[in-house]
Design a protein around this ligand. Structure first.
Ligand SMILES: NC(=O)c1ccc[n+]([C@@H]2O[C@H](COP(=O)([O-])OP(=O)(O)OC[C@H]3O[C@@H](n4cnc5c(N)ncnc54)[C@H](OP(=O)(O)O)[C@@H]3O)[C@@H](O)[C@H]2O)c1
Length: 285
């Protein structure tokens, strides 16, 4: 791994790079091929995909064509909402392994908790899916297990039956969406937070405070967002289809925001992003 990128350590001692490459909405095989090659050259080692992104085969092909050894990559994948339950999650993982042409995943996450709007027994469904995740972990199919978009009540409910507390919680987090409550909860429980949509899906980058700070620091608004996130100890997985931006987004480990600058970004009010509430999510996301 490039020495530019810092690593974080999970509570079981596993080291992971603090930045990875997001792949949502990239399905074109040619684009994926050049992106993964460029990302690797730029120093990215973690690739975040999901069964729901319909790009696992494209990711596998791109890795093979770039000649990147499997051992050098951290593959992070997610089980989709239609594969909840003890057996279904294990079957889904094995399907994903085939598509990704690998015999293990580095990180496997539950994409969304079962919605309490749709299911009275949401807690039980999550518990059963998690039991399947624990089996995959114990059987060596996945090295780290976690969740996405779980709020405190989801994690509290899960902790009643879980034998292993999730190692990671991936959730939308960026300037204007600080997720303070769940950040505090996860810190107390030793659950690493990972910011999805760390650039607010691109929608926040024209916000005046970010433009102002970027100008002051001689950086770009995207770099200010990512630095604000990694300085809070978060993992980040920005997505870009652009080679230059791949390099720009990983170049955030050699400058700092002062406490005052951090607070200035903290104060940005909601200004865009994906904004799906995990208590309202449907089976289609
Ligand atoms: N677990 C979940 O439920 C969940 C939900 C959402 C996302 N995710 C993960 O998180 C990843 C990132 O989230 P995201 O895709 O929503 O969005 P994001 O990374 O917050 O933002 C991506 C957008 O910002 C633009 N962009 C990237 N770098 C830029 C730069 N340096 N300057 C200007 N614009 C830039 C991209 O455009 P270009 O491509 O044109 O550069 C794209 O439009 C996803 O790809 C996925 O892997 C997970």
């Amino acid at each position: 791994m490039t020495d530019k990128v810092r690593e974080i350590t999970l509570r079981d001692g596993t080291s992971l790079p603090q930045i990875g490459m997001g792949t949502w909405q990239i399905t074109d095989r040619e684009i994926m091929k050049s992106l993964i090659k460029n990302a690797y050259d730029a120093g990215y080692r973690l690739i975040d995909t999901a069964a729901a992104y319909s790009n696992e085969i494209a990711v596998a092909k791109a890795i093979a064509e770039a000649g990147i050894p499997r051992s050098e990559l951290i593959l992070s994948d997610k089980v989709w909402n239609t594969s909840r339950g003890y057996d279904a999650v294990q079957e889904a993982c094995k399907r994903s392994l085939k598509k990704l042409k690998t015999d293990y995943l580095d990180i496997y996450l539950i994409h969304w908790p079962a919605s309490m709007k749709l299911y009275e027994n949401w807690a039980e469904i999550n518990a059963e899916t998690w039991r399947g995740m624990e089996a995959l972990y114990r059987d060596g199919y996945v090295k780290t297990i976690g969740v996405c978009n779980f709020k405190e009540h989801h994690l509290e409910a899960l902790s009643k039956t879980a034998e292993i507390i999730p190692f990671l919680n991936q959730m939308e987090l960026h300037p204007g969406m600080r997720q303070e409550e769940i950040m505090k909860y996860c810190l107390q429980k030793g659950i690493q937070m990972e910011a999805s949509s760390p650039l607010g899906n691109g929608q926040i980058l024209q916000r005046k405070e970010l433009l102002e700070m970027a100008e002051q620091k001689g950086k770009t608004p995207a770099q200010i967002c990512l630095r604000w996130e990694i300085q809070q100890g978060l993992m980040v997985i920005p997505k870009t289809s652009n080679r230059e931006r791949l390099y720009q987004n990983i170049d955030v480990f050699d400058f700092e925001l002062t406490d005052e600058e951090m607070r200035f970004i903290d104060a940005i009010p909601y200004c865009g992003g994906i904004g799906i509430d995990s208590d309202e999510v449907t089976e289609f996301g």
